[in-house]
Ligand binder design. Structure first.
Ligand code: HDD
Length: 756
């Protein structure tokens, strides 16, 4: 059929009263018989709104619930309309003077549609542009109730939360598993207003004073001439800055350690970084540091794995979070506090609490749990929620106050300021995701994107015409009252305190607290990052910094770079290690882990079925990998295949089980599937994709279980059957139970060679 003719017919039909919907008849004219419009679907009544189409559970600035409005905005109605509500009969063709003629300027629908599209993007965050988020609930234990009057920390209070995780450096579309610090920002919609805890997965920061923030960010972002590299710290300008600016040493060491490449957002700690001040009902104050402790433990990728994932699945962390929540494996963290007396000098055991490059070891000040965070709902709309959420360290509630940390002071300015550009004006608190759940009764008026219709004539105080309303609250009516802290008499100066000058003792403590394998990873990471720098002077200066942390670390990295190792320029600090800093040595729950079950054409279907069930029963996620898609076996007992040899890659799995003789004799492999240019499989040999999967899993320290002939795949991958963490068993379930035990330690650490 001539497509143009079809279009012309369609227009004529539509004008007769057709379109997608039922003919309704135009008032004053007889109803038109339904024309046979070639459309695939029948019109229907609007669907009831799906729960995931309702907006976040918020109230409007004037206290009105917004859920119903939100539902109306979702695409659940039958008829497409313009933004003004006029029904449309065609949205696929511009209005033209004849099918081949010019497009007419009077096409108001075309103009509206394209105009809106042209403005769909907003500026990405200047830092932390790439992120993923989830809704959840915070349940307080009441253990902090004697220290703070914050209502959400009283006993057994449930507070809705929204949490956004992010990388710092990369653009919005960059990959998830780059080496970087991760943001961990939590919005608590408390009964007393919003409290934002805007933290990171690293407890210290690069700089001690916010005035340096533009410098560090300019240094780490892609270089301004060619805008490369994207989302990487492995380049000259970053190492130039951090080697000249040695207060960055502690943060840089954390960033270079395994903390810089988390396995999952669910397996990261979070830190408020600064010291905050809690205020109780009697006006007593306590200094605190906030910690988030993940229930699943703190775990990381290995570097090669992180690099592969960046190509294979750049959305790895985002997907992992959403999948876990969707499957009901709700991620959880305990909020904990380290507490310190609020002394005039603001130090604890000689550690300056106002210096954000310092931690206080948990052995000196244990982390005391005060509540439980559970993430249990994925956002319905990425832009509306994850992109438009605006955090601010100045969103505080009565009972939580700030300290004089100079980094925090600058942040108190920056987070409001940045939203003006990013969200287009001062009314961003009215965006649904940002709306407090507490009643709002402000006198802020007008401005871009004002959506409230404020009544009354007296948005000022004092007034008499509105009966004097609103009144200010007092201490006994829930006012936010700043703690009356004494400010020492001083002279204005641009300077840092003397105590901020110690840049190496804390990094040294971190290094000494690492297990041998974590030290190897640190050495490998420094060698990689500095090896990517071109400037000799930058590498040499960076080595000098390492020498001041630890000569052995410096020596090992210098060897890798082929450069001489400099001597320390200052005496090495005499510090005790803090075992709590190491990620190794404890056992963690294995639930939520991903287990790949790899089988062949002639695989042990019954065994795979049994082991799949067992994986599910253990709260983990089984993914069956077979030569091709579809099902394994037939009839009622057929098992769905989730990954094929072409789509599976070891990096997706925390552990691998090999059932039967995976890949042996498979002729599914062709050159177009090549992942690392192996020669095509010969009949009777293991499919190269299976060999690659097994050898990578082995190299990355993952537990591997085999049964029913799976040894052939081990052999093809060059993996000895008696290697640590390789379980050869009679049945899949027996192999799985050993593999689950090994997952408690995250990886089979004995596989990694260590020399330090
Ligand atoms: Fe920041 C975003 C965490 C210092 C200026 N920061 C941002 C986010 C996190 C952090 C998690 C993302 C929030 C979200 O998901 O929307 N930032 C930190 C931590 C810091 C820190 C833990 C040190 C302890 N930040 C810091 C300084 C400045 C900023 C010193 C400026 C002087 N940060 C910003 C910002 C951002 C931001 C420019 C970008 C987007 C936004 O705020 O809303 O204002």
């Amino acid at each position: 059929a001539n497509p143009l003719k079809r279009v012309a017919n369609k227009v004529t039909e539509s004008l007769k009263g057709g379109g997608d919907g039922p003919p309704e008849g135009i008032p004053g004219r007889p109803a038109v018989e339904s024309p046979s419009v070639a459309e695939p679907t029948e019109p229907r009544e609007p669907l009831p709104p799906k729960p995931d189409q309702s907006g976040p559970d918020t109230v409007s600035p004037t206290g009105q619930p917004t859920g119903a409005d939100q539902a109306r905005m979702a695409q659940s109605g039958s008829y497409l309309t313009t933004a003004q509500g006029a029904r449309l009969y065609d949205t696929d063709h511009s209005l033209k003077a004849g099918p081949r003629g010019p497009v007419l300027l009077q096409d108001h629908h075309l103009r509206e549609k394209v105009m809106h599209f042209d403005h769909e993007r907003i500026p990405e965050r200047v830092v932390h542009a790439r992120g993923a988020a989830a809704h959840g609930v915070f349940q307080s234990y009441g253990t902090a109730a004697s220290l703070t009057k914050a209502a959400f920390l009283a006993e057994d209070v449930e507070t809705p939360v929204f949490v956004r995780f992010s990388t710092v450096v990369g653009s919005r579309g960059s990959a998830d598993t780059v080496r970087d610090t991760r943001g961990f920002a939590t919005k608590f919609y408390t009964s007393e207003g919003v409290f934002d805890l805007v933290g990171n997965n690293i407890p210290v920061f690069f700089i001690q004073d916010a005035i340096k923030f533009p410098d560090i960010i300019h240094a780490v972002k892609p270089q301004p001439d060619r805008e490369i590299p994207q989302a990487q710290s492995a380049h000259d300008t970053f190492w130039d800055f951090v080697s000249l600016h040695t207060e960055a040493t502690h943060h840089t060491l954390w960033h270079i350690s395994d903390r810089g490449i988390p396995r999952s957002f669910r397996m990261m700690e979070g830190f408020g970084v600064h010291t905050f001040r809690l205020v109780n009902a009697e006006d007593g104050t306590t200094l605190v540091k906030f910690h988030w402790k993940p229930r699943l433990g703190v775990h990381s990728l290995v570097w090669e794995e992180a690099q592969i994932i960046n190509g294979v699945d750049p959305d790895f962390h985002r997907r992992d979070l959403a999948d876990a929540i969707e499957s009901g494996a709700y991620p959880q963290w305990e909020l904990g506090i380290q507490t310190f007396p609020d002394t005039p000098d603001q130090t604890f055991e000689g550690i300056d609490l106002l210096d954000p490059t310092n931690i206080v070891p948990e052995e000196l000040a244990p982390v005391q749990p005060v509540g439980l965070l559970t993430l249990n709902r994925n956002p319905s709309n990425f832009f509306a929620e994850t992109e438009q959420v605006a955090f601010h360290v100045g969103h505080l509630v009565p009972g939580i106050d700030i300290t004089d940390d100079p980094l925090l002071a600058g942040r108190l300015f920056s987070y409001l300021d940045t939203q003006i550009t990013r969200l287009g004006g001062p009314n961003f608190p009215q965006i649904p995701i940002n709306r407090p759940h507490a009643p709002v009764n402000d006198m802020l008026r007008d401005g871009m994107h004002q959506t409230a219709v404020h009544r009354g004539v007296a948005p000022y105080r004092p007034n008499s015409v509105d009966g004097g309303c609103p009144f200010t609250a007092g201490a006994d009516t829930g006012a936010y009252i700043e703690a009356p802290v004494r400010v020492p008499e001083a002279t204005k100066v641009r300077a840092a305190p003397e105590s901020f000058a110690d840049h190496f003792s804390q990094p040294r403590r971190f290094w000494l607290s690492m297990s041998p394998v974590e030290r190897e990873h640190i050495i490998g990471a420094y060698t990689f990052e500095l090896g990517k720098c071109y400037e000799q002077a930058v590498k040499e200066r960076a080595l000098q910094v390492l020498a001041n942390i630890d000569p052995e670390l410096c020596e090992a990295v210098a060897t890798g770079l082929g450069l001489p190792a400099p001597k320390p320029t200052e005496p090495l600090a005499d510090v005790e290690p803090s075992p709590a800093l190491s990620q190794l040595g404890r056992t963690w729950p294995a639930d939520g882990r991903i287990v790949g079950i790899v089988t062949g054409e002639d695989g042990d279907v019954d065994g795979v079925r049994a082991v799949r069930e067992a994986v599910l029963n253990a709260g983990m996620v089984p993914l069956v990998v077979a030569p091709t898609g579809g099902t394994l076996g037939s009839g009622d007992g057929a098992l769905s295949v989730q990954r094929t040899y072409a789509t599976a890659r070891s990096v997706e799995f925390d552990a691998v089980l090999l059932a039967g003789t995976p890949g042996v004799g498979s002729d599914a492999y062709t050159a177009r599937d090549a992942k690392s240019a192996p020669s095509p499989a010969q009949p009777g040999t293991t499919d190269p994709r299976v060999s690659l999967l097994v050898s990578e899993a082995f190299r990355h320290g993952k537990a591997i279980g085999v049964w029913a002939g799976g040894e052939a795949a081990l052999e093809a991958a060059g993996v000895p059957t008696d290697a640590p963490g390789v379980i050869v068993s009679d049945s899949g379930t027996a192999a799985l139970s050993r593999v689950t035990e090994l997952l408690g330690a995250h990886r089979v650490w004995e596989r990694f060679n260590t020399q330090v």
